[in-house]
Design a protein around this ligand. Structure first.
Ligand code: DX5
Ligand code: ZN
Length: 225
């Protein structure tokens, strides 16, 4: 799956920018990745629940909220109740990630857990049994357009093995620095869902950029041309 991140979109033309990644049926954005930043958990500020509600009203692409915020135990539920498809919180910020996952699911959303590049995976394998998505950050959260941190692929490989052996049941998602140069190594490590911000929205035709990234992954897995 490809999840364009609107962080690199033109926020004054958000509805058009979302339409621009829709693409042909089955070839465009699978999820729309929405980065919520609070200027506390990360040194940047983006958008909050009212904007997410407007996004949900304007598109039928499943919305993937990535909450880079403090106190997700308090605030994440609103994004689930609003109708987001997946709501991801950071393990570094969550007080009770198991309860949080249960609350997100009870509100009708998939529950996602994000880990920063320097956060190890092992301590959270038990917690992850309650989650539907694992978001492996491949840049320090906060900004688009940063360089891919290859070392995080060890965590992807570990998660892939856990899923493939039936110990976990979740989507392995990667976020940060994904582009035509890096997507293949991420795919080989076992990523299911690729977030791409600048690689999609810096392109003249964002839907084609999505198709291009998808084509690279499909070619690797033998499904493409
Ligand atoms: C960064 C965000 C990412 C960001 C990725 O903190 O979580 O979703 O949009 O941007 P690129 O793809 O440009 O690295
Ligand atoms: Zn993100």
């Amino acid at each position: 799956m490809i999840a364009p991140s609107i962080l690199s979109a033109d926020f004054a033309r958000l509805a058009d920018e979302i339409t621009a990644v829709k693409g042909k049926p089955g070839r465009g954005a699978d999820w729309l990745h929405v980065d919520v930043m609070d200027a506390h958990f990360v040194p940047n500020l983006t958008l909050g629940l009212p904007v997410v509600q407007s996004i949900l009203a304007t598109t039928d692409i499943p919305v993937d909220c990535h909450l880079m915020i403090e106190k997700p135990d308090r605030w994440a539920i609103g994004y689930a109740e609003a109708g987001s498809y997946n709501v991801t919180v950071h393990v570094e910020a969550a007080e009770d990630p198991v309860m949080l996952a249960k609350n997100l699911r009870a509100a009708g959303a998939k529950a996602g857990l994000a880990i920063k590049p320097n956060t190890p995976l092992e301590p959270y394998l038990g917690v992850l049994e309650h989650y539907d998505t694992l978001l492996v950050m491949s840049v320090e959260p906060g900004f688009g357009g940063q360089k891919f941190i290859t070392e995080v692929l060890d965590k992807v490989r570990k998660a892939r093995t856990m899923v493939d052996t039936g110990h976990l049941n979740l989507v392995v998602e990667i976020d940060g620095g994904i582009n035509t140069d890096t997507i293949e190594q991420a795919a080989e490590a076992g990523v299911d869902c690729f977030v791409a911000g600048s690689a999609v929205y810096a392109a003249k035709d964002p839907a084609r950029a999505v198709e291009g990234l998808r084509g690279q992954v499909e070619a690797l897995s033998g499904r493409g041309a």
